[in-house]
Design a protein around this ligand. Sequence first.
Ligand code: AMP
Length: 287
Amino acid sequence: MRIVRTVRELRAAVAAAKAAGSTAALIPTMGALHEGHLSLVRAARAEHGFVMMSIFVNPTQFTEAADLAAYPRNEDRDAALAESAGVDLVFAPDAAELYPAGFATTVHVAGAITETLEGAGRGPAHFDGVATIVSKLLIAAAPDAAYFGQKDAQQLVVVRRMVADLGLPVRIVACPTSRDDDGLARSSRNTRLSTEQRSSALAIPRALAAIAESARSGETDAAALRERGAAVLAQSGLTAEYLALVDPDTLEAVPRVTGATLCAIAVRVGEVRLIDNVLLGAGPEQR
Ligand code: AMP
């Protein structure tokens, strides 16, 4: 496995792989790799001859300085995990490589899909940062496909919109949320939870499961479903920053769950902000 730090080296490597007949996949990450990231690698590995992973803690998508400062970083460990999962090339640039002096361009995806949920909670700069870095990575790596986790459901909606609007020639692949055995969605931020906080955080998947169960049992009223989830969170002393039932494509709130609906949640457990989601009306295997 190679590690490269410049766009020039990245371009040369992917061009060589394509010239040798491979298709190329990119998995954008911020490092602090866990099984969730590696599940994306395996999905990409199954379909492509050349698998690239970018590891870059993108400062422009952080809206809280403390969150950026506390974000875990360990490149040696990440490189070992990436290699063992079958990554061919890691692109690990420093910030000046991607944001050189004088950088002045932002990719802004407008409308409800960036203004609601995470956009409301973290501020509009968050998705500007995401759309800008993802478009830069897709332009630099020119992959045939890029792999993203359903864990960040809104990010996927925003990336799909951006790719369609800019006409980028890349297939966006969504992979299911990978969970620990106790149900907690895997996240780089989980390492910052104390033992007690981690056990409180289990109320998040429990709340989503309770909502999914109520929906399966025939409850369609969004307010009732949200109350059901809030009650489960309250048992662990947690309150959601948002607990929303939205259309999975437009992210607009739905008053009734009559078809495929995204139930998305953000909860602060101590200092750590966690997100999770479940797709309702899409079968139990989607949880
Ligand atoms: P991050 O490093 O947190 O920016 O995540 C990089 C990619 O991994 C994103 O596409 C995430 O959605 C995805 N990802 C993170 N956690 C998980 C998970 N638990 N299951 C599946 N994908 C995930």
